[in-house]
Design a protein around this ligand. Structure first.
Ligand code: NAD
Ligand code: TYD
Length: 377
C-alpha cells in the first residue's frame, strides 16, 4: 500500500490527477489535501468521493504544524504537489497571496516531508516529492520565424508529427528561468526551493513544467471556460490587446497521464517539460471556440463572432509560450492521446452539458469572487 498525498486535488488539474490515481491504483491510498479556496470545488470529484482508497482533508499547505500531523497520520510515501494560486490576472492584483501560497506553502510542505522522512529508519528510500509547475517560469518567447516564411510555419520539433509554430525557439528543460508575472515568479521560486531540498538534504524530487491546460472542471476565470460560458449567454468576450499572444494548449487528461508516467518512471532530480506541440494565437483559438459553441447550440457557426471585444492588454503580457517536450516523449514514452480538434470538441460539449456545475460557480457562494474579478470588464 502506498500513501500518496495530492495537494490541490479539488482544483482543475488536481481533480483529474486524483481521479486517475484513485481509479487506476486501487492499492494506493490517495489523500487529497485542499484548502478549498475559490478555485477548489469538491463537485469536481463527485464520481470518486465514495471510493475506499480515497480520503479528502481540508487544510492549508501554509499551516506547517498541520502538515507535520498529516504526514505522520497518513504515513505519506509520495507527494504530488499541485496546490497553488494559479491565475495570472489575480497575481497582478494581489501578489502577496501568490508568494504566501506558492512559495511559503511549498516550503511548508517540503519541510514537513523532510522532517518526517528523515526520522524514518528507511529515510528517503521509496519516497518522492513531485512538484507540478508551469512553462511560464521560463519567461516569454518572441514571434520570430525563418527568413522569408510568414508565421505560423511548420516544424518537426515534435517527435511524432509536424506542427504549427510561431517562433524558432522553444522552452527546453535547460532554458534559463526568466519569470515576468507575480504568478510565474512565485512558481519559479517554489521550483528553486524544491530543487534546493534535493541538493541540500538529498530529498528525492521531480519537477515538471507544463504548458496551458484546457478541459473539463477549469474555473471560468481562465480563457477557454470563461469564453464558452460568455458565448452561451451572449456576453462580450474580452480579448486582451490584439489577441496575438500565443499559448501552447494541452488537454488536461493528457497532463494527468504524463504526471502518472513521471511519478512512476521519472528520474530523481530531473525536470521534464510537458506539452503537446500545439501552439495557437489567442484570437484563432477564440474563433474555434465560438464556432464550436455555436454549432453545438444549434446556432449558425460564427454567429457570435461579434461578441469579440478587444480590451486593454494585460500588464506585462507574455507574448508566446511554446514547450519542447521531446525529452519526456523520448525517455519515458509519453505522448498526448488527443488531437486538439477532438479535445476542444469534448471540452465545449462538457461545459454545455454541465451547465449546473458552471451555474454553481458563477452564482451563490462563488458570486463575490467572480464579481470582484469581472464586474469592471
Ligand atoms: P486551480 O486554481 O484550478 O486549483 C488550485 C487548487 O489549489 C484549488 O483546489 C485550491 O483550493 C487549492 N489551494 C490553493 N491554495 C491552497 C492552500 N494554501 N492550501 C491547500 N490548497 C490550496 O489550479 P490548476 O489550474 O488546477 O493548477 C494546478 C497546478 O498546476 C498549479 O500548481 C499550477 O501552477 C500548475 N499548472 C497549471 C497550468 C494550467 O494551465 N492551469 C499549467 C501548468 C501548471
Ligand atoms: P489564461 O487562461 O489566463 O492563461 P495564462 O495567462 O496562464 O496563459 O489566458 C490565456 C491567454 O488568453 C493569455 O494570453 C491571456 C488571454 N486572455 C484574454 O485575452 N482574455 C481573457 O479574458 C483571459 C482570461 C485571458
Amino acid at each position: 500500500m502506498k500513501n500518496i498525498l495530492i495537494t490541490g486535488g479539488a482544483g482543475f488539474i488536481g481533480s483529474h490527477v486524483v481521479r486517475l490515481f484513485v481509479n487506476k491504483y486501487p492499492d494506493y491510498h490517495i489523500i487529497n489535501l485542499d484548502k478549498l479556496t475559490y478555485a477548489g470545488n469538491l463537485a469536481n470529484l463527485k464520481d470518486i468521493e465514495d471510493k475506499s482508497n480515497y480520503t479528502f482533508v481540508k487544510a492549508d499547505i501554509c499551516d506547517f504544524s498541520r502538515m507535520m500531523e498529516l504526514f505522520k497520520q497518513y504515513h505519506i510515501d509520495g507527494v504530488i504537489h499541485l496546490a497553488a494560486e494559479s491565475h495570472v490576472d489575480r497575481s497582478i492584483k494581489d501578489p502577496f497571496t501568490f508568494a504566501q501560497t506558492n512559495v511559503m506553502g511549498t516550503l511548508s510542505l517540503l519541510q514537513a516531508a523532510k522532517l518526517t522522512w528523515e526520522a524514518l529508519p528507511e529515510a528517503y528510500e521509496g519516497k518522492l516529492f513531485y512538484h507540478i509547475s508551469t512553462d511560464e517560469v521560463y519567461g516569454a518567447l518572441e514571434l520570430t520565424h525563418p527568413e522569408g516564411v510568414e508565421p505560423p510555419f511548420t516544424t518537426t520539433a515534435s517527435s511524432s508529427e509536424h506542427h504549427l509554430a510561431y517562433g524558432e525557439k522553444f522552452f527546453l528543460e535547460t532554458t534559463k528561468y526568466n519569470p515576468h508575472s507575480p504568478y510565474s515568479a512565485s512558481k519559479a521560486s517554489s521550483d528553486h526551493f524544491v530543487r534546493a531540498f534535493h541538493d541540500t538534504y538529498g530529498m528525492p524530487v521531480v519537477v515538471t513544467n507544463c504548458s496551458n491546460n484546457y478541459g473539463p472542471y477549469q474555473f471560468p476565470e481562465k480563457l477557454i471556460p470563461l469564453f464558452i460560458n460568455n458565448i452561451r449567454h451572449r456576453k462580450p468576450l474580452p480579448v486582451y490587446g490584439k489577441g496575438e499572444n500565443v499559448r501552447d494548449w494541452l488537454y488536461v487528461v493528457d497532463h494527468a497521464r504524463a504526471i502518472d508516467v513521471i511519478f512512476h518512471k521519472g528520474k530523481i532530480a530531473e525536470t521534464y517539460n510537458i506539452g503537446g506541440f500545439n501552439e495557437w494565437k489567442n484570437i484563432d483559438i477564440i474563433k474555434v471556440v465560438i464556432n464550436t459553441v455555436d454549432r453545438l447550440l444549434g446556432r449558425q457557426e460564427g454567429e457570435d463572432l461579434d461578441l469579440i471585444t478587444y480590451v486593454t492588454d494585460r500588464q506585462g503580457h507574455d507574448m508566446r509560450y511554446a514547450i519542447d517536450s521531446s525529452k519526456l516523449q523520448k525517455e519515458l514514452g509519453w505522448e498526448p492521446s488527443l488531437q486538439f480538434e477532438e479535445g476542444i470538441e469534448k471540452t465545449v460539449k462538457w461545459y454545455l452539458e454541465n451547465q449546473e456545475w458552471m451555474d454553481h460557480i458563477t452564482s451563490g457562494d462563488y458570486q463575490s469572487y467572480y464579481d470582484s474579478m469581472y464586474k469592471n470588464r
